[in-house]
Design a protein around this ligand. Structure first.
Ligand code: AHR
Length: 614
């Protein structure tokens, strides 16, 4: 029975409480939310991004063409360009199965080109079934680099399209681009409509961006001649604004190239378009996500602190200010009303992180006293690193602390009361990343149950976002994810429906209630919890784990003789809720389903043979 106490006022719930966390993981940006259809449009793919890449990845050449990196380039930040010889052509394959076009829809082609003598480019769209739009002739003048445009109207629907550029004379090409006219809200350099609409349908209170691990990993240097035009840089917002042809591409922590076509301006614009609060994360000069290195360079730290102040000016400053002027030039004279900013993500060195965080915080609060500066509690949800980080944040009266956890449905059900005992006088909580390890109905249900605990504690838990948001089904580094897609379709998970339910029905105040006789839906998996200790001892062999219905969950690949379980991929593994989970490598934190038992099957059976004489 549930008893509701309407006479007592519970915690007020902020409208912004539930939001989304967008990270460029699983090709969530290029090949995803960013509507550009051409892959590797500026020929910048490099082995630094991914060992399999070349500057022509995504392209095929008929005839002869060379990627050139010399002083004839388009600009200093866009190093490579393609020289297409007379009578030759290049064809781009897009993402997934190709370039997806819809019959009757318009597609805007553009290219930067330079030819010593005037020339004509022939641009066409086709698939193996033939032409997808009338081919266009683009006349290239003989002056230096210039941008040329033309628009296609698709005459057929296809998901396997290819874009070809052919030249009558030797021509230099860069930034070969094809955009659907029909982007979200018809914004230029815009977002893929179905994916942006999936976010908008949630009615999120905030958008946390751009990561995640990609924010604070890699070099903290800038992209300049002095720094050697480094790739593998941390995500630095200034790389991602201004004209797209001047945005230096970068290696993404998740193993591919990021064009930065979707950059800080586009993130702010998305947040505004969907009525959500923007919540950027900047690197804190302590690398996280397995790298765990504090960068000890006061001048560099000073520059990053100044960059963060400049970011606030870019978002909120008057058009007469340096960075407010850039925002206006990009098309948005009005401010973006930034009120929250996060410094750092999952740093595992609490003292080093906090020393740097404090400098960011002091500078931000001096210049912009209205800003909420969010700190974090490291990569774990408990333990000594977590406790130390929390204590430092508490002692310094930090506004809000970001916590992350990826656990089993069982954990989420058992920890519903996590925030009941949090200190009401300490920093508020931003639950910036959480997920229960799967996209099945049971995961959504466990997360929904847990969210009732977040909401009950809405006086302490101020913001919460599931993670990650997107996955392109053909380029997955991390699962589960909230929304899945390919080059022409997208679909929400059970977890997405749960988030939508909560975000579309945010109450204004908690009404205290108590429940009695709540059925225990899940039998404790004590056998599995104990397993990691005793099954790995030298005393046992042939350990087998089965669900109640006899389904084999784990029956091989590890041995009681080892001090650690072994499994393809190596590392530490543990059994959580019928899934075999790799727990020690953040970059490869994949979950391997070892069976998908229904609710009643959580009663796991563990069998092992004791060794003779033990
Ligand atoms: O959400 C995926 C990753 O999980 C994030 O990049 C990181 O912050 C966390 O480890």
């Amino acid at each position: 029975a549930i008893t509701v106490d309407p006479g007592t006022r519970g915690a007020a719930i902020d409208k912004t409480m539930y939001g989304v966390f967008f990270e460029d993981i699983n090709r969530a940006a290029d090949g995803g939310l960013y509507a550009e259809l051409v892959q590797n449009r500026s020929f910048e793919y490099s082995t630094d991004d991914n060992k399999s890449y070349t500057p022509l990845t995504g392209w095929t050449v008929a005839g002869t063409a060379q990627v050139v990196n010399d002083a004839g380039r388009l600009n200093e930040t866009n190093r490579n360009y393609l020289v297409l010889d007379a009578g030759s052509s290049v064809t781009d394959v897009g993402y997934n199965t190709g370039i997806a076009v819809e019959d009757g829809k318009k597609y805007d082609f553009s290219v930067w080109a330079r030819a010593d003598s005037g020339t004509t480019l022939t641009v066409s769209l086709q698939d193996t079934g033939g032409t997808l739009a009338t081919a266009h002739q683009v006349a290239v003048r003989k002056n230096g680099w210039a941008k040329y445009k033309s628009t296609f109207t698709a005459t057929r629907t296809s998901t396997t399209g290819r874009l070809t550029v052919a030249s009558s004379a030797a021509t230099a090409l860069d930034m070969v681009s094809l955009f659907p006219r029909d982007t979200y809200k018809h914004e230029p350099n815009g977002l893929r409509k179905d994916l942006a609409e999936k976010i908008a349908a949630l009615h999120p209170g905030f958008v946390r961006f751009p990561g995640g691990c990609l924010v604070n990993t890699g070099s903290m240097d800038d992209y300049s001649a002095a720094s050697g035009y480094q790739r593998k840089r941390s995500y630095q917002w200034k790389d991602t604004v201004g004209p797209v042809e001047r945005r230096a591409t970068n290696s993404n922590f998740w193993g591919y190239n990021q064009s930065y076509g979707l950059g800080y301006y586009e993130y702010f614009r998305l947040a505004e378009d969907i009525g959500a609060m923007p919540l950027p994360v900047v690197p804190a000069l302590v690398t996280g996500c397995g790298q765990n290195k504090a960068v000890d360079d006061p001048a560099l730290l000073k520059r990053h602190v100044q960059d963060t102040l400049d970011l606030i000016e870019f978002a909120n400053g008057p058009v007469t200010s340096k960075w407010g002027k850039l925002r206006a030039e990009m098309g948005h004279p009005r401010p973006f009303h930034l009120t929250h900013i996060e410094v750092g993500n999952e740093e595992n060195l609490p003292a080093a992180f906090f020393a740097r965080f404090s400098q960011f915080r002091a500078a931000i609060q001096a210049a912009y006293p209205y800003m909420t500066v969010i700190s974090n509690a490291g990569p774990d949800d408990s333990g000594s690193t977590f406790d130390t980080a929390w204590q430092l944040n508490k002692d310094a009266h930090v506004d809000m602390v970001d916590e992350h956890y990826y656990n089993s449905p069982q954990w989420f059900l058992q920890n519903n009361n996590r925030y009941d005992s949090y200190d009401r006088t300490g920093p508020k909580v931003f639950l910036g990343e959480y997920a229960s390890g799967g996209n099945a109905f049971k995961n959504g249900l466990a997360e929904a149950a847990y969210m009732t605990g977040l909401e009950r504690n809405a006086d302490v838990v101020k913001l919460a976002s599931y993670a990650p948001l997107f996955a392109n089904e053909d380029y997955v580094q991390w699962r589960p994810d909230l929304v899945w897609f390919n080059n022409h379709a997208s679909w929400g998970s059970a977890n997405y429906e749960v988030q939508k339910l909560f975000m579309n029905n945010v109450g204004s105040r908690v009404v205290p209630s108590t429940a009695t006789g709540t059925p225990s839906l899940v039998a404790p998996i004590s056998g599995a919890v104990g397993l990691s200790t005793w099954a790995t001892s030298a005393a046992y062999d042939d350990v087998k784990v089965t669900a109640a219905d006899g389904t084999a969950l784990l029956s091989d690949d590890f041995s009681g003789d080892a001090t650690q379980w072994t499994h393809t991929g190596g590392g530490s593994w543990s059994l959580q809720d019928g899934q075999y989970v790799q727990t020690d490598t953040a970059a490869e934190n994949t979950m391997v389903s070892a069976g998908d038992p229904a609710w009643h099957d959580y009663d796991l059976h563990v069998k092992a043979t004791k060794k003779a004489g033990k």
